[in-house]
Write a protein that binds this ligand. Structure first.
Ligand SMILES: [Zn+2]
Length: 249
């Protein structure tokens, strides 16, 4: 006979920390005396509360422990290294916005993406994959946006370059060759505008200072006073894959 009382009874509990939505398994326990928060690779976040605990008090407790929760959720996400799946309904990052991917065009249309009404409307034909269609669109947008920004920023920096290429690097955001070719990862258009500009400014400054000397950073600072914050931000972003907004645990 199965003892059903021994089966853990979980419900899904969603909450916000620093504006981000998190999801946890919530369990009421007769044994628990205090609220317990656990995290594991297989189960994600679990919150165990005493049986008579009033759930309306939970946000306050989670807020008080938010540092711990955010730190551990981020660490777990990096450890498990999940690349969020790109599918209809997901959100993608585009120049500081989070835009929803929707099925917006008739099924027969080829390879089309339109940014409209705050959404990315995608038309898929036959066996085409949504990831491929979106990546192609990102690359074409990257070429337009990055070329325009490089021209604009290049004038104020007084930087000259021989070529600008849009590439699909998986380990770097951009590079500058000795021959003066600037290469940019198409994914930089997923970044917020100030960070996108920083990446371009960084490479443009290399056309004048081909190193990371104090003189180089001084030049960067002149054109991007917030460069340190931008650099820090970049370290938190993943380079490979599509810029799909991850759902928190
Ligand atoms: Zn550099």
């Amino acid at each position: 006979m199965v003892d059903r009382s021994a089966q853990p009874q979980f419900t899904t509990y969603q909450f916000r920390l620093n504006g981000e939505l998190y999801s946890a398994r919530l369990k009421k326990s007769i044994k628990a005396r205090l609220v317990r928060i656990q995290i594991s690779k297989t189960e994600g976040l679990t919150i165990v509360v005493p049986h008579r605990f009033k759930i309306q008090h939970l946000p306050e407790i989670l807020e008080a422990r938010k540092k711990w929760i955010i730190r551990h959720v981020e660490a777990l996400r990096q450890e498990t290294d999940i690349i969020p799946e790109c599918r209809f309904g997901c959100y993608v990052n585009l120049m500081g916005d989070e835009i929803q991917v929707v099925r917006g065009l008739p099924n027969g249309s080829h390879n089309q993406v339109i940014r409209e009404d705050g959404c990315l409307k995608v038309g898929i034909a036959g066996s085409q994959k949504i990831e491929e269609v979106i990546e192609k669109w990102y690359r074409s947008q990257a070429r337009i946006v990055i070329t325009a920004r490089a021209v604009e920023l290049g004038k104020s920096i007084n930087a000259t370059y021989s070529r600008l290429t849009i590439r699909n690097q998986r380990t770097r955001w951009a590079s500058c060759s000795r021959s003066g070719t600037l290469s940019f990862n198409w994914r930089i258009i997923s970044l917020p505008l100030p960070v996108l500009d920083y990446v371009i400014i960084h490479e443009l400054c290399h056309t004048r200072e081909m190193n990371h000397s104090p003189a180089f950073w001084k030049l960067v600072e002149k054109h991007c006073p917030d460069w340190k914050a931008c650099r820090k931000y970049l370290k938190t972003c993943r380079i490979d894959g599509l810029p799909v907004v991850p759902q928190k645990l």
